[in-house]
Design a protein. Sequence first.
Length: 367
Amino acid sequence: MSNPIKVLIISGYGSVHTSRPEAEIAIGLAKTGIDITIMTDSLSPYIEIFKDAGIKIIDYYPHKKFSRKSVKFIRQTIIDGGFNILHLYTSTAIVNGIKAARNLKVKVVLYRGVPDNVQWYDPTSYLKYLHPRVDKIVCNAKAVEDYFHKQLFFKKEKTITINKGHNVDWYSSTVPADRKELNVSDDDFVVVFVGNNRPMKGVPYLLKAFNHLPVDLPIHLIIAGSNMRNKENDSIVNSSPNKKRIHFIGFRNDILPIVAASDTLVLSSVKRESITRAVFEAMSLKIPAIITNIPSNREFADDKIETVVVVPIKDEKAIADAILDLYHNPEKRKVVGENGYNHIRTKLNNERTVLEMKKLYEELVSE
C-alpha cells in the first residue's frame, strides 16, 4: 500500500461560521485518507474540531509578509514533515510559504477567491500568484480562473476552478429570528442584504431600488453589515419615499436566523466578487436570492431551471422589478427557493469540493 499524500495547509480560521466552507474541505480530505496538517493560530475555534477529525495542528501563523522567521519555520516544517503539498490560502501564508518552498520538492498550491489585483505588469504579483514556484492556483469561481487567463505570459494549466462548496445540512437547525426584534411584522415582505460596505457590493443601487417601489406595499429592506451609514447611503435613504422601511442593523454574528426570517436576499454586486457565501447560505435555507449578472455569480444559476433571479448590474429598476415579482408571486418564491436549495445540494456541495481537491492532489503528486 502506498503512503498517504501529506499536505500542509497554512491558513487562518476565525469564527466557525465564516471559516466553515474552507475548514470542512480539510476535514473531508482527512476522511478520505489524505494526511492533513494545518498550520494556524491555536486561538481558532476550529482547533478542537480539526483534532477530532484526526488533523494535526501546528500552532503557528505568519502574520507578517516577508518574515524571515516565518520562512525559516515553514521551510523546516516542510522538510521535517516530508510534505508532498503545501497549500497556502492567505496572503501572508502565500508570500512566506513560496519563499520557504524554494528548491524543495513540495508542490505549491495557492487559493484565490476574487478576480482582481493580479496583473502581469505589477512586480508584486510575482511574489505571489505569478511566482514561477507556484504549481497550481485553485480558483473559487470560474470568473477567477478566466481572470488569470487574461494575464500575459501566464500558463493556463496552472489554474483550476474548485468552488468552496457548502452542505445544506449545516443550516438545517437554523431557527428564523423573531421579526419583531427586526422592527418588521409577520405580514411584511422582508428583503435582506448581507455584506460589508465596499464599492463592489453596489449598495447604492439596492437602496435606490426602493425609490421604485410603491409606498403602499409593506416591503422592508434589512441591511446587515459594517460601515453602511455613510454620506452617500444616508442621502439616498433620506430622500427615499420608503425610508421608514429601510433598516440598518450593522454587523451581526447571528445573521443566519435573520436571513431565514426574510423573504428574499439581494446581492447587488457590480464587480470583483467571488462566489459569495451570503448567497450560498440563503439558497441553503431555501430563501430565494436576487443576484446581479457579474461573472462570479454564474455558478449559482442553472440554464434549465430558475435557481436564482438574475438582474443586470447597476440597474436599480431591475432590482425593484425583481423584488416586486417575488412579492406578488409567493409560489415563485417557493419554487426558486427549492430550486436553489437543490442546486447547492447537488452541484455546489462540499462533498464534490473534497473529491475535486483530492483528485488535484493526486495528480500533482503523480507528476
